[in-house]
Design a protein around this ligand. Structure first.
Ligand code: TMP
Length: 197
C-alpha cells in the first residue's frame, strides 16, 4: 500500500509520519518512509539550487518539470521496489505537492496532471491542514527557510489548492492544528479503515 501525506510547509508532516511509522511497526507492519524532493540526484539538484532563496530566477515550468522528474525517478527507483517487497510505503509529499505549489505559481492544473502520466496515484492521499499563520509560526523556529516558506500569500494559495483538490478527489483532510497525538490517531484510523476494506 502506497500512502502520500501532503500539506503546506509547517503542517507537521515529518513529525506525524515518524510517529505513524512507529505505531504501524509496533502493530507488525513493514513500513518504508520516504519523502520528496527525494534523495535522487534530481532531488539534490532541487534542494541545492531551486529551493534556495537566492537561486535566481527559474521559470515556474522548470520547478514543475524537475519535481515531476524527481517523482518519476523516486517512484520507480525507490517506492515501487519497496511496494513489490510488500512494504507499506509512506511518502512525505507526492503528486499533490506539485499540483498545489506549482499550481500556485500559475501553471495550468491540466498540464500538471498530464505530466504525472508516467506514475501511478497513491492508494491513499491524506492532507494535513493548518492555517498559514500557525504553519509560519512553526517554521520561524527553523534556521534556514526555503524559498516558499517566506511567502504567506503563496502558502495561502497552496493551501487553497490542496483543499479544493481534496474536495474534488475526495481526499481525507485532517485538522493538524492540534496535538501531534490527536493528528496521528486520525491518520492511523484512516489507514486501518482503508486496510480493512
Ligand atoms: P519540504 O520542505 O517538505 O522538504 O519540501 C521542500 C519544498 O518544496 C516545500 O516548500 C514544498 C516544495 N515542493 C514543491 O514546490 N513541489 C513539489 O512537487 C514538492 C514535492 C515540493
Amino acid at each position: 500500500m502506497f500512502i502520500a501525506i501532503e500539506g503546506i510547509d509547517g503542517s507537521g508532516k515529518s513529525t506525524a509520519i515518524t510517529k505513524l511509522r512507529d505505531r504501524l511497526v509496533s502493530r507488525g507492519f513493514a513500513v518504508h518512509v520516504t519523502s520528496e524532493p527525494s534523495q535522487s540526484p534530481i532531488g539534490r539538484l532541487i534542494r541545492d539550487w531551486l529551493l534556495k532563496p537566492n537561486s535566481g530566477v527559474a521559470h515556474p515550468s522548470v520547478f514543475a518539470l524537475l519535481f515531476v522528474a524527481d517523482r518519476v525517478q523516486h517512484y520507480y527507483g525507490e517506492v515501487k521496489p519497496m511496494l513489490d517487497k510488500d512494504y507499506l510505503v509512506i511518502s512525505e509529499r507526492y503528486m499533490e505537492s506539485t499540483l498545489a505549489y506549482q499550481g500556485a505559481m500559475g501553471l495550468p492544473m491540466s498540464w500538471l496532471i498530464e505530466l504525472h502520466r508516467p506514475v501511478p496515484r497513491p492508494d491513499l492521499t491524506i492532507i494535513l491542514d493548518v492555517p498559514v499563520d500557525v504553519a509560519v509560526n512553526r517554521l520561524r523556529s527553523r534556521r534556514e527557510l526555503e524559498v516558499f516558506e517566506i511567502n504567506k500569500d503563496f502558502l495561502e494559495k497552496v493551501r487553497e489548492i490542496l483543499l479544493s483538490r481534496a474536495r474534488e478527489v475526495d481526499y481525507p483532510v485532517i485538522n493538524a492544528d492540534r496535538s501531534i497525538g490527536e493528528v496521528v490517531d486520525d491518520v492511523f484510523d484512516i489507514i486501518t479503515r482503508y486496510l480493512r476494506r
